[in-house]
Structure formats: C-alpha cells, structure tokens
Design a binder for this molecule. Structure first.
Ligand code: ME8
Length: 522
C-alpha cells in the first residue's frame, strides 16, 4: 500500500509580541491534527514559524530600542518556549529572516511570477494599515479606522511592483466551485467565490502591490535585481510554506515529496491572503494548490477579537500554570467550534475543567483504578467476550436489533472508534473529542448498571469481568486522547498497564494514581 503523507501548516506568527490565546488556537488545532495523522501512521510533516519582516516589526523594535534582528530573535525564543510548554509537535520552525532556508525559496517564487509575465512596476497610491500589513480601501474602514486594529490607516504614494492577481481570479473561482481547492467551512469558500464574482478593477481583485520601497521599510527580502525594493511582507511570508520544505534549495527532494500541503490552518482574518493571493501565486508559478484551507474563527475576549492592539489578551501561560497544558489543549479542542467565534472567560474554563476533567475523565480513572487495586491487587485478566452487556439503551444499536452492540468492547470497536476516526480525519476535532466523552459516559453508566463495589462481595468473578471492561474502555480512551492530551494519554497507558492483545484477551497490571490527574478547583 502506498504510504500516505500529511503536510500541515500554521500561519507564521508575527514576531512583534508574545503569542496570546488567539494564536495558541491556530497552534493547538494544527497540533492535534498533526498528532492524529502520526498516530494513524501517515508520514506527517508539521510546519510552523515566524513572520519577521515588515513595518510592524520595525516599529515595535524601535519602541524597545532594539535592531529588528535582535528584537525578533528575542520574541522567537519566547515563542519557541511557549510551543514546548503547549506540547506543540512541529517538525520544523521556519523564520523568514533565515537567509539560508527561507530567502532562496521566496526569491525563486518571485522569479517564477516574473517568468509568467505577471509582475510589472507601477505607482501605488492609497491607504495602508500597518496592523494588517495590508493596503486597505476606503470601503473597508469603519469611522475612518481599520475595524480589526481600531487604528487609522496611512496614506501612501510609492513606486512598487505589482502582481496580476486578477488574471487568476476566474481559475481560482472555478477550483473553489469544483472543490478541487477546498476551504472549510464551505461558507468561506462561498465568500471568496462571491467576492470574485462581484469584483471590479478598483477593488481588491485588481492587481496587487507585492513590493515596498526600501526607504519605507528597511527590513525584508530584496527584490531580485532591484536593490531599492523589498518584497511585500505577505509575498515574503506566504512563500514560507514552500521554502521550509526545500523549495529553492539545491536539492528539492523534500519539497517534491511533501507539496502540496494537505491542510493549511489559518484564522479568518487572513482568509483573503490565503484564498486569493496565495493560490494566484501558486498558479502563476505553476505549482499545485494546497488541498484544503481550514479556516477558524476568532477567540474573543469581552466580545472583541483577542488582540494585542485592542489590549484584551489572555495568555496561555497563565492557564497552563493553573490547570496544566492538557487542560488547555482539552478546552481548545473540545469546548469550541473550530469554525465559529467564541469568547474565552476564566469562569467558563474553570466550570468546564471541573465538570469534564476533574469529574468526568479524572473521576472515572481514579475510581476504576482504585477498585482494580483494592479488589484484585491491580492484576485483572480477562477477555472481551466475558464483559456483560450495558443495561442502558443505546438507541442506534437497539433500532438495528443488534444486542451485541451493548457489549462495551463491541460498542467501542463498531461504533465509538469509527466515529472518532471519521471526525478526526475530517479535521472535526471537537466532534472527535465528543466521541471520547461519549465513551466516558458509557463507562460511568456501566458502573451504575453493575455497581462493582457491591458485586465484588457477592460474585467476585463477575466483578472482575466488569472491572476488566472498564479498564479496556480506559485503555481505548487513552489511545484516542493521544493527539488531544498527550501527557494524559501517556499517564493512562502507564496506570492501566495493558498487556498486548491476544485474541480478545488482555491482562491489566494497573495501579491507582497517588494524586488525582485533575485536581478540582474551588
Ligand atoms: O496573520 N483568535 O500573523 P498573526 C483566533 N503573520 N485566532 C487568532 C487571534 C484570535 N484572537 N489572533 C490571532 C499573521 N489569531 C501573519 C500570517 S501566514 C503566511 C502570515 C491567529 O501573528 C490568526 O488568525 O497576526 C492567524 O491564524 C495566527 O493567529 C497568526 O496571526
């Protein structure tokens, strides 16, 4: 069988400030997917990195009296520490200031656009929002300000290179309509399709500027053969997805075996760059488009997009310190919809933590393992066929007249696991996690149905089969949590102590945790 590859990217983060919980969302969503694909055996490559050029960086560096390189180095170091704290399993961290890894790829892309006859010099006159690092039209302003950054744009008149974006719009529209270029959710693809359909030469679909004069931003990649011009940050930044895997290097084997990307994760604020400019660059360079853009919503705080310029940020480190990184990863995976906006509050976080981690999962783990230790010294032999049926109704199986469906191992194999994989492989990580908690619910119900703490006094063998069923369920939960809560998954595996499966047989050599995995917060 041909080996499956999975190349996933996050946007590269502006190295102008510390990453907050909004950025953390792009990272955790991508990490869960990368870990899932590794878990099922795909040859996975997970890329993240930092966007280090442009006006925004230069200005932020000046405020701290640092040169741009020293300034970005400091922020990148902090970002990389945070990635470790969050358990982000990226295979590479690309930096756009890396002249060896990144610049050759960005330059090669530029040459490819030129070769296609898509680049010409002209004069740009209009408005520029430094927060977006983008040209902005009058129409997009709210009370004269950029609505995302609550700041007035700057008036600019300068000589730039332009790229013939409009030339590729019909092809992008066609590929979006046919689904060959997929955007999730579909509503975002429709947004771009109608934007293209209603476009006129004056709006954003006209030709776009892809360079800035060096005197305006003295920090970026030089335009080939024109030292007075630097590449526009988005042109520089988007090429990271290619340069990181070897595009433009002397040996492009890595690039050839990984491109096109399978999933590119991004927030909805940067949809147009990724759904118009990016595919247009790729079409112009005659490269395949990414298979899917996964566009997530905003993490809001106090009803507005969490952002440093609005001053409403919450920091991931505070949550990790108080609850542990798996609790944060759990929240970002299960408690929010990947495609909608949601508001994060400390109160809601605590409530969910207590209900689903301290109670739900934590409670199930400690009661099962305590019973196993107290009644059987932790050693529980058994097999799937001896586990009694759940007494609760599971409608789907009952409707199909399938009573074997009520046997826990059967239920897990035939219902829980297929649904978990269906959702996870479709990037629906919140729904995948819901399935895990559904199983936690079945196991809780199983305890209620059989009361092993009473049963052990009247029929020890029957109690053993019940505890075996619970340990089997926990083992499966641990496996399903591997991409979502890697530390917890590893702890469950150790605590449960399952032998290899031999037919339906497993011997558990379990031990009860000394401390609860998730301490309740008052
Ligand atoms: O846009 N909620 O970088 P960035 C959800 N350098 N997601 C958020 C968020 C929030 N409150 N705040 C930020 C850039 N993000 C460019 C990308 S890619 C070639 C260049 C997300 O640091 C945002 O949507 O501003 C994006 O996906 C990521 O964090 C990086 O944002």
């Amino acid at each position: 069988m041909e080996e499956k590859k999975f190349y996933i990217t996050t946007p590269i983060f502006y190295a102008n400030a510390e990453l907050h919980l909004g950025h953390t969302y792009s990272l955790v969503l991508s990490d869960v997917l990368a870990r899932y694909h590794r878990f099922v055996g795909d040859r996975t490559f997970f890329l993240t990195g930092s966007d280090e050029h442009g006006d925004k960086i230069v200005r932020a560096a000046q405020k701290e009296n640092l040169g741009p390189q020293a300034f970005v180095n400091k922020n990148v170091e902090k970002a990389q520490e945070l990635l470790k704290e969050l358990g982000i399993s990226n295979d590479m961290f690309i930096r756009t200031s890396d002249q060896e890894q990144h610049w050759p790829g960005a330059t090669k892309l530029w040459y490819a656009l030129e070769r296609a006859g898509d680049v010409y010099k002209g004069t740009y006159k209009g408005l520029y929002c430094v927060g977006c690092e983008a040209f902005i039209t009058e129409k997009e302003l709210v009370e004269g300000k950029c609505p995302l950054h609550d700041a007035a744009p700057e008036q600019i008149e300068e000589e730039n290179y332009f790229f013939k974006l409009s030339k590729y719009a019909p092809e992008i529209k066609r590929l979006l309509e046919s689904g060959e270029f997929k955007i999730t959710p579909r509503s975002k693809a429709n947004e771009i399709i109608s934007l293209i359909a209603s476009s006129t030469a004056e709006n954003e679909l006209g030709d776009v500027s892809i360079s800035r004069p060096e005197r305006a931003i003295p920090w970026g990649i030089p335009v080939p053969n024109d030292p007075g011009q630097l590449m526009y940050v988005w042109c520089d930044a988007l090429s990271n997805y290619l340069s990181a895997i070897g595009y433009g290097s002397s040996n492009e084997t890595g690039f050839k075996s990984l491109w096109p990307a399978d999933v590119q994760v991004l927030g909805k604020d940067i949809l147009r760059f990724h759904a118009l400019l990016w595919p247009a660059f790729l079409l112009s360079a005659k490269l395949p488009l990414p298979k899917e853009l996964l566009v997530h919503g905003f993490v809001n705080s106090g009803g507005k997009k969490m952002s440093k310029s609005l001053g409403n940020v919450l920091m991931p480190r505070d949550f990790i310190a108080e609850y542990g990184r798996d609790a944060l990863r759990y929240y970002l995976t299960r408690e929010v919809s990947p495609v909608e906006d949601w508001d994060l509050t400390r109160e809601k976080f605590k409530e969910v933590y207590n209900a689903n981690l301290a109670n739900g999962l934590g409670n199930l783990i400690s009661r099962t393992l305590k019973m196993s230790e107290a009644y059987f010294g932790g050693v529980v032999e058994g097999d799937a066929s001896r586990v009694p049926a759940l007494r609760t109704k599971i409608t789907a199986f009952e409707n199909a007249g399938d009573v074997s469906g009520l046997n826990l191992p059967y239920l897990i194999t035939n219902d829980i696991l297929p649904r978990y994989h269906k959702h996870m492989s479709a990037s629906e990580i919140n729904k995948g996690a819901d399935v895990v908690w559904e199983l936690i619910g079945h196991l809780d119900q199983f305890v209620t149905d059989y009361e092993p703490f009473k049963l052990v006094k009247t029929d020890k063998d029957a109690a053993k089969d019940v505890i075996w069923g619970l340990l089997y369920g926990l083992r499966e939960i641990g496996q399903m949590l591997t991409p979502i809560m890697p530390d917890t998954a590893a702890r469950i595996a150790i605590l449960v102590g399952a032998s290899d499966i031999d037919g339906g047989k497993i011997t558990f050599n379990s031990k009860a945790p000394v401390e609860p995995l998730f301490k309740r917060k008052e």
